[in-house]
Design a protein around this ligand. Sequence first.
Ligand code: FES
Length: 105
Amino acid sequence: MSWETVCKKNDIQEDFPYSAKVDGKEIGVYCIDGEYYALEDVCPHAYALLSQGFVEDGQVECPLHEAVFDIKTGQCLREPADRDLHVYPVRIIEDDVQLQLNSEA
Ligand code: FES
């Protein structure tokens, strides 16, 4: 399993996740209470980038039709989306935010 640097810690704010495009995948990188999380960024309902949605209380709301997901687990909490998001492992090396992209089954 390899790790890939996608951004710096400073690129991410609690209210403003980072939208990364790596190896053709769109991934939203979030910081919640000082911990970092990475989720697939394209909403499974239609096409919207969740990293452009509204972040509050560890959840992100899709900017298009307001589906809600848990940022730590990727769990879908509100329709119209009907499945959970894939969550990518994250690690911090100095200021670099690294993801393990080949973790999908
Ligand atoms: S595109 Fe996200 S809820 Fe419809």
